[in-house]
Design a protein around this ligand. Structure first.
Ligand code: B12
Ligand code: SF4
Length: 494
């Protein structure tokens, strides 16, 4: 943790318990707990856009309840307790489960009612129940109004269950007004679809008991949310926005007149039809996050990932680039077919294909997934210290690598990716886009000290706002040129 400022390595102190504080009736506080930042990745990642979990829960809060939001990762200290919230709702992921339980104990000791929800509660309900007055398993938007109503009537249950089969369009819009807008690059995180046509063995979507069929929201609902938030840059947080190409095409048609720019996670098969890629670009898509996972076909087969063959990845990346869409590739390291050469081969491929950005993840068996069961049965799980299940630590015994090799290789990949040489090698082939690419790369990837200052002083939106607006204008200009004549984009460098 040498390169991590103390307030990004450790959670804020909670202070002694003071009983007898005034309790604010019908007030709910929604908390996103602290997690330690990875010194190898960009500190800017957390403030790119907020998670939709808490704004969605806020959107489902009945009007007679007052609701507030606190994200400990915005470095503004511990969550408020004066006056004491009547109910505290905490989102729990496995990487910050320990902190979530600490917060739960602290608020309960003061006298608040604590409700825990989120992915880890679904994976490990018994564990979560030990720390809460009630747990919400599955879709919190359906459960939250019932939980609050039961509290009002003094008949709170310990456990509430909902699956994800209800039509998605019945959900109320998330309440983004509760967010501290100055702290995020954009507050418009949006979700259009839920689920994925794949079920990779390592993905949380394969968790036991998680029934999440693919669901799409009405395109006009999505557009209305984007317009209401009024930001130039929109981030789709869907697991895979491209699972249904016909839906994506319809969405693109509706986004096009808005003049915004957007990015989303998709699988690489979105490039099966080049006209879909064109539609994405013409509607403002300037970047995609693609889970390539591995360049080794055996690994993809083992993970049961239905995907085009890795030998065809390069052509598909080139197609996205041709339409001015930047590619942020996600790679998982430590699969059973990975040997010590996996690190250099992966980074070399990223450089050869000029991926503007990449993220690396050490293979992590999330509890309840087929991968966890397989490694557990083989006696390869090293421990159940969930804090370390953050894809930056080795938590299982790899097959053809030692734990130390995997750990060193992962660090090497990031060091290499963020090096001047690699940033330069991956510059866009169109010289007009190079300057914008370099500015963004250096600001995002090589400015962690600066990010720390921006986050602490709540300057993220103030600094990035003009850059985003500049990118949007450039993109619109290129789009006009494209529409008018050339038939081909050059990178807008967003
Ligand atoms: C946005 C996002 C982020 C953002 C967070 C931004 C921020 N400012 O907080 C950033 C980029 C920082 C991020 C980072 C990471 N992320 Co992330 N992220 C997401 C993403 C894409 C969207 C989350 C979201 O908004 N979902 C939509 C909401 C509505 O769904 P939900 O969170 O499940 O919430 C529902 C229920 O769970 C429940 N619920 C949730 N909280 C609560 C609370 C209460 C009180 C109640 C009643 C109910 C409830 O109700 C909600 C509505 O139905 C998800 C993938 C996805 N599509 O979910 C991955 C995801 C959550 N991330 C994941 C991972 C692994 C990470 C990283 C560890 C990866 C890495 N190494 O960098 C890091 C580190 C974070 C950490 N240590 O925990 C995994 C988690 C896997 C797991 N089993 O825990 C996911 C699922 C991606 C994946 N496919 O694997 N992430
Ligand atoms: S393609 Fe991505 S989102 Fe879909 S199941 Fe696989 S890892 Fe999960």
């Amino acid at each position: 943790m040498d390169n991590v400022p103390a307030d990004m390595a450790f959670p804020p102190a909670l202070g002694p318990v003071r009983v007898g504080r005034a309790l604010a009736e019908n007030s709910a506080l929604l908390v996103n707990p602290f997690y330690a930042k990875d010194p190898r990745a960009s500190f800017g990642k957390h403030v790119l856009t907020p998670t939709l979990a808490l704004t969605s829960i806020a959107g489902a809060t009945p009007p007679n309840w007052d609701v507030r939001y606190w994200d400990e990762n915005l470095l503004q200290g511990p969550p408020p307790a004066d006056p004491l919230p009547h109910v505290v709702g905490i989102s729990v992921h496995l990487t910050f489960a320990r902190r979530a339980y600490e917060l739960a104990a602290w608020y309960r000791a003061h006298g608040s009612i604590v409700v825990l929800g989120g992915l880890h509660v679904l994976s490990c309900p018994e564990e979560a129940l030990e720390h809460a007055d009630a747990i919400a398993i599955g879709d919190g938007v359906q459960l939250w109004p019932t939980i609050l109503s039961d509290i009002e009537q003094g008949k709170l249950q310990q456990r509430y269950d909902a699956d994800y089969s209800r039509p998605y369009s019945l959900d109320p819009p998330p309440r983004r007004a509760i967010l501290p807008r100055e702290s995020f690059l954009t507050t418009t995180s949006v979700i259009a679809t839920r689920g994925c046509h794949n079920r990779c063995g390592f993905c949380y979507l394969s968790t036991d008991g998680l029934h999440m069929p693919y669901r799409m929201r009405e395109v006009q609902q999505v557009v209305a949310e984007i317009v209401a938030d009024g930001q130039p840059y929109v981030v789709f947080v869907d697991n895979n926005l491209g699972s249904r190409p016909a839906y994506l095409r319809k969405l693109c048609a509706a986004l096009r007149p808005l003049g915004i720019i957007w990015s989303a996670a998709v699988t690489i098969d979105v490039t099966d039809d080049p006209t879909l890629v064109r539609d994405m670009a013409q509607s403002g898509c300037t970047g995609v996050f693609v889970g390539f996972e591995s360049l080794n076909e055996g690994n993809l087969t083992d993970a049961r990932k239905r995907t085009p063959a890795p030998v065809d990845y390069a052509r598909r990346v080139a197609l996205l680039h041709q339409y001015g869409i930047q590619v942020n590739g996600s790679f998982v390291l430590g699969f059973d077919h990975d040997r010590p050469d996996v690190f250099a081969r992966t980074v070399q491929w990223i450089e050869e294909n000029r991926l503007e950005c990449a993220t690396f993840h050490i293979l992590t068996p999330y509890p309840g997934t087929p991968l966890f069961r397989q490694l557990d049965a083989q006696g390869r799980i090293l421990h159940r210290d969930w804090d370390k299940y953050d894809t930056a630590h080795v938590v299982f015994q790899p097959k053809h690598l030692s734990c130390a090799e995997l750990d060193r290789g992962y660090a090497w990949c990031y060091d290499r990716l963020f090096s001047h040489a690699s940033i330069w090698r991956r510059r866009p082939s169109d010289s007009r886009a190079v300057l914008a690419y370099l500015a963004m790369s250096y600001l995002y990837k090589r400015s962690n000290r600066f990010w720390h200052l921006l986050i602490r002083h709540r300057l993220t939106a103030a600094l990035w706002g003009p850059l985003i607006e500049h990118s949007r204008r450039r993109h619109l200009k290129f789009r006009q040129q494209f529409d008018a004549r050339t038939g081909q984009y050059i990178s807008a460098g967003v």
